[in-house]
Design a protein around this ligand. Structure first.
Ligand SMILES: *Cc1c(COP(=O)(O)O)cnc(C)c1O
Length: 494
Protein backbone atom coordinates (compact mmCIF):
# COMPACT_ATOMS: atom_id res chain seq x y z
CA UNK A 1 0.00 0.00 0.00
CA UNK A 2 1.22 3.46 -0.90
CA UNK A 3 0.65 6.73 0.89
CA UNK A 4 0.03 10.02 -0.86
CA UNK A 5 0.23 13.61 0.32
CA UNK A 6 -3.06 15.41 0.99
CA UNK A 7 -1.68 18.35 -0.99
CA UNK A 8 -0.14 16.51 -3.91
CA UNK A 9 -1.15 12.98 -4.88
CA UNK A 10 1.90 12.70 -7.15
CA UNK A 11 3.92 12.35 -3.94
CA UNK A 12 3.74 8.62 -3.28
CA UNK A 13 5.67 6.86 -0.52
CA UNK A 14 5.73 3.52 1.30
CA UNK A 15 4.39 3.08 4.84
CA UNK A 16 7.96 3.16 6.17
CA UNK A 17 8.70 6.40 4.36
CA UNK A 18 5.44 7.98 5.55
CA UNK A 19 6.25 7.10 9.15
CA UNK A 20 9.89 8.11 8.92
CA UNK A 21 9.19 11.49 7.29
CA UNK A 22 6.14 12.31 9.42
CA UNK A 23 4.96 15.06 7.08
CA UNK A 24 5.31 15.56 3.34
CA UNK A 25 7.86 18.17 2.27
CA UNK A 26 5.26 20.52 0.74
CA UNK A 27 3.36 20.56 4.03
CA UNK A 28 0.73 17.92 3.22
CA UNK A 29 -0.08 14.92 5.40
CA UNK A 30 0.37 11.32 4.33
CA UNK A 31 -2.79 9.28 3.82
CA UNK A 32 -3.28 5.73 2.49
CA UNK A 33 -3.95 5.78 -1.23
CA UNK A 34 -6.95 3.52 -0.65
CA UNK A 35 -8.43 2.42 2.65
CA UNK A 36 -8.50 -1.37 3.07
CA UNK A 37 -11.94 -2.93 3.54
CA UNK A 38 -12.82 -5.15 6.50
CA UNK A 39 -16.01 -7.21 6.14
CA UNK A 40 -18.47 -8.13 8.88
CA UNK A 41 -17.30 -11.75 8.59
CA UNK A 42 -13.72 -10.60 9.20
CA UNK A 43 -14.84 -8.50 12.16
CA UNK A 44 -16.44 -11.61 13.64
CA UNK A 45 -13.12 -13.40 13.33
CA UNK A 46 -11.30 -10.51 14.98
CA UNK A 47 -13.76 -10.72 17.87
CA UNK A 48 -12.28 -14.06 18.90
CA UNK A 49 -8.76 -12.58 19.18
CA UNK A 50 -7.17 -10.56 21.98
CA UNK A 51 -6.05 -6.95 21.55
CA UNK A 52 -2.64 -7.96 20.23
CA UNK A 53 -4.18 -10.25 17.63
CA UNK A 54 -6.63 -7.57 16.54
CA UNK A 55 -3.85 -4.96 16.34
CA UNK A 56 -1.64 -7.20 14.20
CA UNK A 57 -4.50 -7.94 11.88
CA UNK A 58 -5.59 -4.32 11.35
CA UNK A 59 -2.08 -2.87 11.18
CA UNK A 60 -0.91 -5.46 8.66
CA UNK A 61 -3.40 -3.93 6.21
CA UNK A 62 -1.62 -0.60 6.44
CA UNK A 63 2.03 -1.49 7.05
CA UNK A 64 2.48 -3.64 3.99
CA UNK A 65 6.26 -3.21 3.87
CA UNK A 66 6.71 -4.59 7.40
CA UNK A 67 7.39 -8.30 7.76
CA UNK A 68 5.10 -10.35 9.96
CA UNK A 69 7.90 -10.76 12.49
CA UNK A 70 8.57 -7.00 12.58
CA UNK A 71 4.92 -6.20 13.14
CA UNK A 72 4.61 -8.92 15.76
CA UNK A 73 7.50 -7.52 17.73
CA UNK A 74 6.21 -3.91 17.51
CA UNK A 75 2.70 -4.83 18.63
CA UNK A 76 3.79 -7.15 21.43
CA UNK A 77 6.40 -4.69 22.64
CA UNK A 78 3.80 -1.96 22.86
CA UNK A 79 0.79 -3.74 24.33
CA UNK A 80 1.89 -6.98 26.01
CA UNK A 81 2.97 -5.59 29.38
CA UNK A 82 2.88 -1.79 29.34
CA UNK A 83 -0.83 -1.36 30.06
CA UNK A 84 -2.48 -1.85 33.43
CA UNK A 85 -5.47 -3.62 31.86
CA UNK A 86 -5.09 -7.01 30.27
CA UNK A 87 -7.60 -5.87 27.65
CA UNK A 88 -5.38 -2.83 26.88
CA UNK A 89 -8.43 -0.69 26.01
CA UNK A 90 -11.31 -2.02 28.13
CA UNK A 91 -14.97 -1.11 27.66
CA UNK A 92 -16.99 -0.19 30.74
CA UNK A 93 -20.77 -0.32 30.51
CA UNK A 94 -22.51 2.36 32.53
CA UNK A 95 -25.95 1.91 34.05
CA UNK A 96 -27.60 3.96 31.32
CA UNK A 97 -26.27 1.57 28.67
CA UNK A 98 -23.48 3.78 27.31
CA UNK A 99 -20.07 2.20 26.83
CA UNK A 100 -16.95 4.01 27.97
CA UNK A 101 -13.84 3.00 26.03
CA UNK A 102 -11.00 3.45 28.51
CA UNK A 103 -7.96 4.46 26.50
CA UNK A 104 -5.87 5.60 29.46
CA UNK A 105 -4.41 2.39 30.87
CA UNK A 106 -0.91 3.03 29.51
CA UNK A 107 2.18 4.39 31.28
CA UNK A 108 1.17 8.09 31.14
CA UNK A 109 -2.55 7.65 31.87
CA UNK A 110 -3.76 9.35 28.68
CA UNK A 111 -4.98 7.90 25.39
CA UNK A 112 -1.85 9.11 23.60
CA UNK A 113 -0.12 5.99 24.95
CA UNK A 114 -2.27 3.84 22.65
CA UNK A 115 -0.29 5.20 19.71
CA UNK A 116 2.92 6.40 21.31
CA UNK A 117 3.83 3.10 22.90
CA UNK A 118 4.01 1.60 19.42
CA UNK A 119 5.15 4.54 17.27
CA UNK A 120 8.83 4.45 18.37
CA UNK A 121 8.91 0.74 17.57
CA UNK A 122 7.34 1.30 14.16
CA UNK A 123 9.69 4.18 13.52
CA UNK A 124 12.77 2.15 14.41
CA UNK A 125 11.78 -0.54 11.91
CA UNK A 126 10.64 2.01 9.31
CA UNK A 127 13.75 4.20 9.45
CA UNK A 128 15.88 1.06 9.19
CA UNK A 129 14.23 0.53 5.81
CA UNK A 130 13.75 4.11 4.63
CA UNK A 131 16.67 6.03 6.16
CA UNK A 132 19.35 3.60 7.31
CA UNK A 133 22.04 5.06 9.55
CA UNK A 134 20.23 8.33 10.19
CA UNK A 135 19.57 9.53 13.72
CA UNK A 136 15.88 10.39 14.01
CA UNK A 137 15.03 13.63 15.79
CA UNK A 138 11.50 13.74 17.14
CA UNK A 139 10.10 17.23 17.65
CA UNK A 140 6.84 17.46 19.52
CA UNK A 141 4.42 20.29 20.16
CA UNK A 142 2.09 19.24 22.93
CA UNK A 143 -1.08 20.47 24.57
CA UNK A 144 -0.03 18.29 27.50
CA UNK A 145 -0.55 14.61 26.99
CA UNK A 146 1.31 13.93 23.73
CA UNK A 147 4.53 15.31 25.19
CA UNK A 148 4.67 12.94 28.11
CA UNK A 149 3.47 9.96 26.12
CA UNK A 150 6.07 10.62 23.40
CA UNK A 151 8.86 11.08 25.96
CA UNK A 152 7.90 7.85 27.65
CA UNK A 153 7.69 6.03 24.31
CA UNK A 154 10.99 7.33 22.92
CA UNK A 155 13.16 7.51 26.06
CA UNK A 156 16.45 5.69 25.44
CA UNK A 157 15.27 4.31 22.09
CA UNK A 158 18.47 3.84 20.11
CA UNK A 159 19.18 6.24 17.26
CA UNK A 160 16.50 8.70 18.34
CA UNK A 161 16.40 12.05 20.15
CA UNK A 162 13.25 13.71 21.34
CA UNK A 163 12.52 17.35 22.13
CA UNK A 164 9.13 18.46 23.48
CA UNK A 165 7.71 22.00 23.48
CA UNK A 166 4.68 22.75 25.65
CA UNK A 167 2.76 26.01 26.23
CA UNK A 168 3.93 27.39 29.58
CA UNK A 169 0.46 28.17 30.89
CA UNK A 170 -1.55 25.67 28.92
CA UNK A 171 -0.96 22.38 30.72
CA UNK A 172 -2.13 21.01 34.07
CA UNK A 173 0.35 20.88 36.98
CA UNK A 174 0.36 17.09 36.75
CA UNK A 175 1.07 17.16 33.02
CA UNK A 176 3.89 19.65 33.55
CA UNK A 177 5.42 17.57 36.32
CA UNK A 178 5.18 14.43 34.21
CA UNK A 179 7.22 16.08 31.46
CA UNK A 180 9.72 18.02 33.53
CA UNK A 181 10.73 14.92 35.53
CA UNK A 182 11.17 12.75 32.45
CA UNK A 183 14.10 10.36 32.60
CA UNK A 184 16.20 9.21 29.66
CA UNK A 185 19.49 10.29 28.05
CA UNK A 186 18.00 11.31 24.68
CA UNK A 187 15.17 13.54 25.94
CA UNK A 188 14.68 17.28 26.33
CA UNK A 189 11.71 19.43 27.35
CA UNK A 190 11.15 23.18 26.98
CA UNK A 191 8.20 25.46 27.75
CA UNK A 192 7.28 28.18 25.28
CA UNK A 193 5.60 31.51 25.95
CA UNK A 194 2.40 31.07 23.98
CA UNK A 195 -0.45 28.61 23.50
CA UNK A 196 -0.55 25.18 21.84
CA UNK A 197 -1.18 26.61 18.38
CA UNK A 198 2.01 28.69 18.74
CA UNK A 199 3.95 25.60 19.72
CA UNK A 200 2.48 23.58 16.87
CA UNK A 201 3.05 26.28 14.24
CA UNK A 202 6.63 26.71 15.45
CA UNK A 203 7.35 23.01 15.21
CA UNK A 204 5.71 22.72 11.81
CA UNK A 205 7.82 25.64 10.55
CA UNK A 206 11.04 24.04 11.77
CA UNK A 207 10.03 20.75 10.17
CA UNK A 208 9.48 22.19 6.74
CA UNK A 209 12.48 24.59 6.72
CA UNK A 210 14.91 23.38 4.06
CA UNK A 211 17.98 25.07 5.56
CA UNK A 212 17.38 23.42 8.94
CA UNK A 213 16.84 20.05 7.27
CA UNK A 214 20.18 20.41 5.46
CA UNK A 215 21.98 21.34 8.65
CA UNK A 216 20.59 18.19 10.29
CA UNK A 217 21.44 16.04 7.28
CA UNK A 218 25.06 17.29 7.49
CA UNK A 219 25.10 15.90 11.00
CA UNK A 220 23.54 12.55 10.07
CA UNK A 221 20.16 13.48 11.51
CA UNK A 222 16.61 13.88 10.19
CA UNK A 223 13.39 15.10 11.75
CA UNK A 224 10.34 13.02 12.24
CA UNK A 225 7.12 13.70 14.05
CA UNK A 226 5.36 12.04 16.94
CA UNK A 227 2.38 14.38 16.62
CA UNK A 228 -0.81 12.99 15.20
CA UNK A 229 0.23 14.29 11.80
CA UNK A 230 2.37 11.11 11.67
CA UNK A 231 0.50 8.21 10.08
CA UNK A 232 2.24 5.91 12.56
CA UNK A 233 -0.05 7.32 15.23
CA UNK A 234 -3.30 7.11 13.33
CA UNK A 235 -2.99 3.47 12.31
CA UNK A 236 -2.75 2.21 15.90
CA UNK A 237 -5.75 4.36 16.84
CA UNK A 238 -7.93 2.66 14.24
CA UNK A 239 -7.28 -0.60 16.07
CA UNK A 240 -9.12 0.30 19.26
CA UNK A 241 -12.35 1.20 17.49
CA UNK A 242 -12.38 -2.22 15.86
CA UNK A 243 -11.43 -3.77 19.18
CA UNK A 244 -14.24 -2.00 21.07
CA UNK A 245 -16.74 -3.20 18.49
CA UNK A 246 -15.32 -6.72 18.73
CA UNK A 247 -15.70 -6.64 22.52
CA UNK A 248 -19.38 -5.75 22.10
CA UNK A 249 -19.84 -8.60 19.65
CA UNK A 250 -17.90 -11.05 21.86
CA UNK A 251 -19.98 -10.14 24.93
CA UNK A 252 -23.20 -10.51 22.95
CA UNK A 253 -24.19 -6.88 23.61
CA UNK A 254 -24.54 -6.43 19.84
CA UNK A 255 -24.58 -8.74 16.83
CA UNK A 256 -21.85 -8.43 14.19
CA UNK A 257 -23.19 -5.95 11.64
CA UNK A 258 -25.24 -3.89 14.13
CA UNK A 259 -24.54 -0.17 14.03
CA UNK A 260 -22.95 1.77 16.88
CA UNK A 261 -22.33 5.46 17.40
CA UNK A 262 -18.97 6.78 18.52
CA UNK A 263 -18.42 9.97 20.51
CA UNK A 264 -14.91 11.41 20.86
CA UNK A 265 -13.57 14.38 22.85
CA UNK A 266 -11.63 16.17 20.14
CA UNK A 267 -8.71 18.56 19.83
CA UNK A 268 -6.38 17.97 16.91
CA UNK A 269 -8.94 15.69 15.23
CA UNK A 270 -6.67 12.62 15.35
CA UNK A 271 -8.70 10.33 17.56
CA UNK A 272 -12.02 10.96 15.82
CA UNK A 273 -10.35 10.73 12.42
CA UNK A 274 -9.26 7.20 13.34
CA UNK A 275 -12.92 6.45 14.11
CA UNK A 276 -13.89 7.89 10.72
CA UNK A 277 -11.30 5.71 8.97
CA UNK A 278 -12.68 2.67 10.83
CA UNK A 279 -16.13 3.51 9.51
CA UNK A 280 -14.78 3.93 5.99
CA UNK A 281 -13.10 0.54 6.27
CA UNK A 282 -16.41 -1.11 7.07
CA UNK A 283 -16.85 -0.91 10.83
CA UNK A 284 -20.62 -0.43 11.30
CA UNK A 285 -20.59 3.10 12.73
CA UNK A 286 -23.61 5.29 12.15
CA UNK A 287 -22.63 8.67 13.57
CA UNK A 288 -19.32 10.10 14.65
CA UNK A 289 -20.05 12.64 17.36
CA UNK A 290 -17.33 15.25 17.72
CA UNK A 291 -17.17 16.82 21.18
CA UNK A 292 -15.37 20.12 21.84
CA UNK A 293 -14.89 22.38 24.85
CA UNK A 294 -15.34 26.17 24.67
CA UNK A 295 -12.80 26.24 21.85
CA UNK A 296 -15.65 25.21 19.58
CA UNK A 297 -14.07 25.81 16.18
CA UNK A 298 -14.84 22.22 15.12
CA UNK A 299 -18.46 22.33 16.27
CA UNK A 300 -18.97 25.35 14.07
CA UNK A 301 -17.10 23.86 11.15
CA UNK A 302 -18.85 20.48 11.16
CA UNK A 303 -22.27 22.11 11.35
CA UNK A 304 -21.81 25.14 9.06
CA UNK A 305 -18.88 24.32 6.76
CA UNK A 306 -16.97 27.44 7.82
CA UNK A 307 -13.67 27.03 9.62
CA UNK A 308 -12.62 30.22 11.38
CA UNK A 309 -9.74 30.27 13.82
CA UNK A 310 -10.05 34.02 14.32
CA UNK A 311 -11.75 33.80 17.65
CA UNK A 312 -11.05 34.07 21.34
CA UNK A 313 -8.82 31.29 22.66
CA UNK A 314 -10.02 29.78 25.94
CA UNK A 315 -7.79 28.04 28.45
CA UNK A 316 -10.10 25.37 29.85
CA UNK A 317 -10.09 22.49 32.34
CA UNK A 318 -9.77 20.12 29.37
CA UNK A 319 -6.45 21.57 28.14
CA UNK A 320 -5.64 18.79 25.67
CA UNK A 321 -8.54 20.07 23.59
CA UNK A 322 -7.58 23.76 23.73
CA UNK A 323 -6.80 23.94 20.05
CA UNK A 324 -7.93 26.25 17.27
CA UNK A 325 -6.05 24.65 14.39
CA UNK A 326 -6.97 20.97 14.18
CA UNK A 327 -4.26 19.57 11.91
CA UNK A 328 -5.87 16.26 11.11
CA UNK A 329 -8.98 17.85 9.69
CA UNK A 330 -6.90 18.21 6.54
CA UNK A 331 -7.04 14.43 6.13
CA UNK A 332 -10.84 14.40 6.40
CA UNK A 333 -11.08 17.18 3.81
CA UNK A 334 -8.83 15.17 1.52
CA UNK A 335 -11.06 12.10 1.87
CA UNK A 336 -14.17 14.08 1.15
CA UNK A 337 -12.99 16.57 -1.42
CA UNK A 338 -9.54 15.79 -2.86
CA UNK A 339 -6.15 17.45 -2.85
CA UNK A 340 -6.97 20.46 -5.01
CA UNK A 341 -9.55 21.73 -2.56
CA UNK A 342 -7.30 20.87 0.37
CA UNK A 343 -4.60 23.13 -1.09
CA UNK A 344 -7.08 25.93 -1.66
CA UNK A 345 -8.53 25.73 1.84
CA UNK A 346 -5.22 25.27 3.65
CA UNK A 347 -3.79 28.29 1.83
CA UNK A 348 -6.81 30.33 2.86
CA UNK A 349 -6.38 29.09 6.44
CA UNK A 350 -2.71 30.13 6.43
CA UNK A 351 -3.46 33.53 4.92
CA UNK A 352 -6.74 34.57 6.53
CA UNK A 353 -7.29 32.03 9.30
CA UNK A 354 -10.51 31.00 7.62
CA UNK A 355 -12.04 28.89 4.84
CA UNK A 356 -15.45 27.67 3.79
CA UNK A 357 -16.08 24.31 2.14
CA UNK A 358 -18.55 23.83 -0.71
CA UNK A 359 -22.11 22.55 -0.21
CA UNK A 360 -21.37 19.01 -1.39
CA UNK A 361 -18.49 18.63 1.06
CA UNK A 362 -20.58 20.00 3.91
CA UNK A 363 -23.34 17.56 3.08
CA UNK A 364 -20.89 14.65 3.10
CA UNK A 365 -19.52 15.80 6.45
CA UNK A 366 -22.97 16.10 7.97
CA UNK A 367 -23.92 12.61 6.81
CA UNK A 368 -21.13 11.14 8.94
CA UNK A 369 -20.63 13.64 11.76
CA UNK A 370 -22.59 15.29 14.51
CA UNK A 371 -20.90 17.88 16.71
CA UNK A 372 -21.39 19.75 19.94
CA UNK A 373 -19.51 21.64 22.62
CA UNK A 374 -19.73 22.50 26.29
CA UNK A 375 -18.09 24.92 28.70
CA UNK A 376 -16.19 24.27 31.94
CA UNK A 377 -19.25 24.61 34.18
CA UNK A 378 -21.15 22.01 32.14
CA UNK A 379 -18.08 19.78 32.15
CA UNK A 380 -17.85 19.86 35.94
CA UNK A 381 -21.60 19.33 36.34
CA UNK A 382 -21.29 16.26 34.09
CA UNK A 383 -18.41 14.81 36.14
CA UNK A 384 -20.50 15.25 39.30
CA UNK A 385 -23.62 13.79 37.74
CA UNK A 386 -21.91 10.73 36.24
CA UNK A 387 -20.12 10.07 39.52
CA UNK A 388 -23.18 10.51 41.73
CA UNK A 389 -25.68 8.68 39.55
CA UNK A 390 -23.43 5.95 38.07
CA UNK A 391 -20.43 5.76 40.41
CA UNK A 392 -18.11 6.34 37.45
CA UNK A 393 -15.39 8.94 37.72
CA UNK A 394 -14.44 10.52 34.42
CA UNK A 395 -11.80 13.09 33.61
CA UNK A 396 -12.55 16.54 32.21
CA UNK A 397 -12.03 15.58 28.55
CA UNK A 398 -14.20 12.50 28.79
CA UNK A 399 -16.88 14.55 30.54
CA UNK A 400 -17.04 16.91 27.56
CA UNK A 401 -17.82 13.90 25.38
CA UNK A 402 -20.45 12.55 27.80
CA UNK A 403 -22.22 15.91 27.91
CA UNK A 404 -22.13 16.39 24.15
CA UNK A 405 -23.39 12.85 23.63
CA UNK A 406 -26.28 13.37 26.07
CA UNK A 407 -27.21 16.57 24.22
CA UNK A 408 -27.01 14.75 20.87
CA UNK A 409 -29.20 11.91 22.07
CA UNK A 410 -31.80 14.26 23.54
CA UNK A 411 -31.95 16.36 20.38
CA UNK A 412 -31.89 13.53 17.83
CA UNK A 413 -33.66 10.70 19.65
CA UNK A 414 -30.95 8.44 18.20
CA UNK A 415 -30.70 5.51 20.65
CA UNK A 416 -28.03 3.52 18.75
CA UNK A 417 -25.57 1.98 21.26
CA UNK A 418 -22.74 4.42 21.82
CA UNK A 419 -19.05 4.04 22.54
CA UNK A 420 -17.64 7.13 24.23
CA UNK A 421 -13.87 7.48 24.08
CA UNK A 422 -12.41 8.14 27.52
CA UNK A 423 -9.08 9.80 27.00
CA UNK A 424 -7.45 10.34 30.40
CA UNK A 425 -7.37 9.21 34.00
CA UNK A 426 -9.37 11.61 36.21
CA UNK A 427 -6.34 11.79 38.50
CA UNK A 428 -4.41 13.57 35.79
CA UNK A 429 -6.76 16.52 36.21
CA UNK A 430 -7.38 16.23 39.92
CA UNK A 431 -8.04 19.91 40.68
CA UNK A 432 -11.00 20.21 38.31
CA UNK A 433 -12.35 16.73 38.99
CA UNK A 434 -12.13 17.22 42.75
CA UNK A 435 -13.88 20.58 42.47
CA UNK A 436 -16.65 18.90 40.49
CA UNK A 437 -17.33 16.18 43.05
CA UNK A 438 -16.35 17.94 46.28
CA UNK A 439 -16.29 21.70 45.75
CA UNK A 440 -13.20 23.91 45.73
CA UNK A 441 -10.11 22.74 47.63
CA UNK A 442 -7.82 25.63 46.76
CA UNK A 443 -5.57 25.32 49.78
CA UNK A 444 -4.36 21.85 48.75
CA UNK A 445 -1.33 21.21 46.56
CA UNK A 446 -1.54 18.90 43.53
CA UNK A 447 -0.76 15.72 45.44
CA UNK A 448 -2.99 16.56 48.36
CA UNK A 449 -5.75 16.97 45.81
CA UNK A 450 -4.95 13.57 44.35
CA UNK A 451 -5.21 12.03 47.81
CA UNK A 452 -8.42 13.87 48.59
CA UNK A 453 -9.95 12.82 45.28
CA UNK A 454 -9.10 9.19 46.01
CA UNK A 455 -10.59 9.48 49.47
CA UNK A 456 -13.80 11.25 48.41
CA UNK A 457 -14.49 8.95 45.44
CA UNK A 458 -13.01 5.71 46.81
CA UNK A 459 -11.13 5.27 43.52
CA UNK A 460 -7.39 4.75 43.45
CA UNK A 461 -4.83 6.96 41.75
CA UNK A 462 -2.69 5.17 39.15
CA UNK A 463 0.76 4.46 40.60
CA UNK A 464 2.66 6.21 37.84
CA UNK A 465 0.97 9.52 38.77
CA UNK A 466 1.27 9.07 42.53
CA UNK A 467 5.00 8.31 42.17
CA UNK A 468 5.76 11.65 40.50
CA UNK A 469 5.79 13.32 43.89
CA UNK A 470 9.27 11.97 44.63
CA UNK A 471 10.85 12.60 41.23
CA UNK A 472 13.46 15.27 40.58
CA UNK A 473 12.65 18.06 38.12
CA UNK A 474 15.14 17.91 35.23
CA UNK A 475 13.82 20.55 32.81
CA UNK A 476 12.90 24.11 33.74
CA UNK A 477 13.62 26.09 30.56
CA UNK A 478 11.12 28.42 28.89
CA UNK A 479 11.70 30.12 25.52
CA UNK A 480 9.91 32.58 23.24
CA UNK A 481 8.16 31.45 20.05
CA UNK A 482 10.96 32.94 18.01
CA UNK A 483 13.79 31.10 19.70
CA UNK A 484 12.47 27.56 19.23
CA UNK A 485 14.88 26.95 16.37
CA UNK A 486 17.87 27.84 18.57
CA UNK A 487 16.61 25.57 21.35
CA UNK A 488 16.51 22.71 18.84
CA UNK A 489 20.10 23.36 17.71
CA UNK A 490 21.31 23.64 21.31
CA UNK A 491 19.70 20.39 22.27
CA UNK A 492 21.21 18.59 19.29
CA UNK A 493 24.57 20.29 19.65
CA UNK A 494 24.69 21.36 15.98
C1 LIG B 1 -4.96 14.62 22.91
C2 LIG B 1 -6.16 14.49 23.79
C3 LIG B 1 -7.45 14.72 23.29
C4 LIG B 1 -7.69 15.17 21.86
O1 LIG B 1 -7.38 14.18 20.94
P1 LIG B 1 -7.16 14.56 19.39
O2 LIG B 1 -6.69 13.32 18.75
O3 LIG B 1 -6.12 15.64 19.38
O4 LIG B 1 -8.46 15.05 18.88
C5 LIG B 1 -8.50 14.52 24.14
N1 LIG B 1 -8.33 14.16 25.43
C6 LIG B 1 -7.10 13.95 25.94
C7 LIG B 1 -6.97 13.59 27.38
C8 LIG B 1 -5.98 14.09 25.14
O5 LIG B 1 -4.75 13.88 25.67
Amino acid sequence: MNYVSTRNTEVKVSASQAITKGISSEGGLFVPENLPAVSVAEIEKLASLDYIGRAKSILSLFLTDFTEAELDSCVKGAYETGFSSEKVAPLVKLEDGTYILELFKGPTCAFKDMALQILPRLLTVASGKAAKGTEIVILVATSGDTGKAALEGFKDVENTRILVFYPSDGVSPMQKLQMCTQEGANVSVCAIQGNFDDAQSGVKKIFTDKAIAEKLADNGMAFSSANSINWGRLGPQIVYYFSAYCDLVASGDIKAGDAINVCVPTGNFGNILAAYYSKEMGLPVKKLICASNSNSVLTEFLTTGTYDKNREFFTTISPSMDILISSNLERLLYSMSGSENVCKWMNALAETGKYEVDAATLEAIKADFAAGCCNDEETKATIADVFKSKDYLCDTHTAVAVKVYNDYKAASGDATPVVIASTASPFKFSAAVLEAVDGKNDSLDEFEMVEKLAEVTKKSCPEQLANLRDKAVRFEGCCSKDSMEQVVFDMLGV
